[in-house]
Design a protein around this ligand. Sequence first.
Ligand code: DHB
Ligand code: FE
Length: 279
Amino acid sequence: MAKIIGSVMTSHVPAIGGAMAKKRQDEPYWKPFFDGFVPVRRWLAEAKPDVAVVFYNDHGLNFFLDKMPTFSVGAAPEYRNADEGWGIPTLPPYAGDQDLSWHVIESLIENEFDVTTCQEMLVDHAFTLPLELLWPGRKCPVRTVPICINTVQFPLPSAARCLKLGQAVGRAIETWEQDARVLILGTGGLSHQLDGERAGFINKSFDLEFMDRLAAEPEWATRYSILDLVELTGTQGVELVMWLAARGALLGKVNEAHRNYHVPISNTASGLMLFENRA
Ligand code: DHB
Ligand code: FE
């Protein structure tokens, strides 16, 4: 049977791609951010996942405002990246795992999550950059299953619904008959707002409380509506629902193995957490 070994939650700011391409990791601006990933990579080298299930939000590369599924799951043999206009290098395709994709899709629909299935799917910076941070130099060794949650076009799914989606995905993975080691990723957040009068808004005290409570008490954040979360964390800070989905997928005993928090990276409070999942 498949085993969920843990999860990594991280921000996904496009400028990270430029910093990696220009080898700026050791510059004072970037070092506190990139250094956060060293213990995660050490853990991954030991934990050796076979597959990564990635909760993230597409920002207009695959889905645009005209057609916006609330929840969607990739079921493609591979996932291509493309130019989003950020001026960052386009990355080579990522391998899919169609067997796991269809198993998750069937299980979700049976459990009343009526997801959109995507047999073709472009993956944007929110998918590619976290994988590049975990396995730099285009060396991603895992097969992937992308799961998109809409945080771009209102109305958005509630934090409670995203946590439940993650739990349903976790139950699906645990009933997959393959002997695979599965890593869960959740990418987005933490607090940031890119547009309007509050552009540049960051809420450090909320972010830290969210991180403090995520392992033992993920339900804490579900007390807030999406509009509350926009107010508390910024219009793009709502991406933190990906962290809730990823946390939800860990159904065992959860241990926080590492965290980092650094303000700002571009306009974003960048957060990173690593959770181990024990049976
Ligand atoms: C930034 C953050 C994001 O989450 C994103 O998707 C795009 C840009 C930023 O802070 O620049
Ligand atoms: Fe984003």
